[in-house]
Design a protein around this ligand. Sequence first.
Ligand code: 8YV
Length: 328
Amino acid sequence: MPSKKPLVIVTRKLPDEIETRMRELFDARLNLDDKPMTAADLAEAVAKADVLVPTVTDRIDAGGIAKAGPNLKLIANFGTGVDNIDVKAATEKGILVTNTPGVLTEDTADMTMALILAVPRRLVEGVEALENDQFKGWAPTWMLGNRLQGKRLGIVGMGRIGQAVARRAKAFGLQIHYHNRKPVHPEIEQELEATYWESLDQMLARMDIVSVNCPHTPATYHLLSARRLKLMKKSAYIVNTARGEVIDENTLARMLEAGELSGAGLDVLENEPAVNPKLLKAKNVVLLPHMGSATIEGRIDMGEKVIVNIRSFADGHSPPDRVIPAML
Ligand code: 8YV
């Protein structure tokens, strides 16, 4: 990287304080009107930049990496998930990739818990009933949902976010189960009174609620496949605040429509921003537009992390949040 201020191209509008600091520290090219970059814009950016700051809405695949100019040495992703970037291709080309882990854990876990509450308790249906003038007075058998306390929650992916979800869910009286590549530390397992399932199939068949909290990688694409979704109890609910691609969304939509599952809370979709019309129509589904980490505090913390990663790299240090292909 040249000793002058690095040319940092930021693909989307970021919080003002982050953009201001970036302008102070770097030769930062901002996207003030927040128009998503086209493939051509992105190609131009990777050809020119010393550092690229993309987000989940920018696809930087092997083809895009191949077009990178000689100056591009760092892709500092504004986001924790790096499934928008071909990390292997970047690494092979000598381009470092960083992300923003840790700072959106609590916000995403809050949103997960909100969906775990909203779906079985029919929160959105209740709001809609009121707005559509269907509330004719309290009735003993109207708007009945399901109690959380005593139910079993199966967490798919027990990383930072999965554990933060478990802590919240335990306080609501849910029994914690989880599937992960390996068990978490025994002390954490004890604290959460959590049960580890090496077999995802075995866990899915027994849970009342399933929460997806793993990253999207080639290994987790459609991890909740049609076969696995069909293992779930008809009375079960599914919540996803991770990535839409982890669930076979078509099958999920069809099963919800057919009443083969009780409901779903989805903050992420398989083909964002497109929404499966079947999901939109289903009564037992709460859909959100990828809002898990959407807090002002979280977005500023993410921006700070991006700055620290760029700054330490520019100063000749290994950036703290480097992602290596072996981690995925
Ligand atoms: C971010 C996310 O808003 O960080 C992630 O992985 O899913 C989101 O919460 C988004 O990725 C920003 O790029």
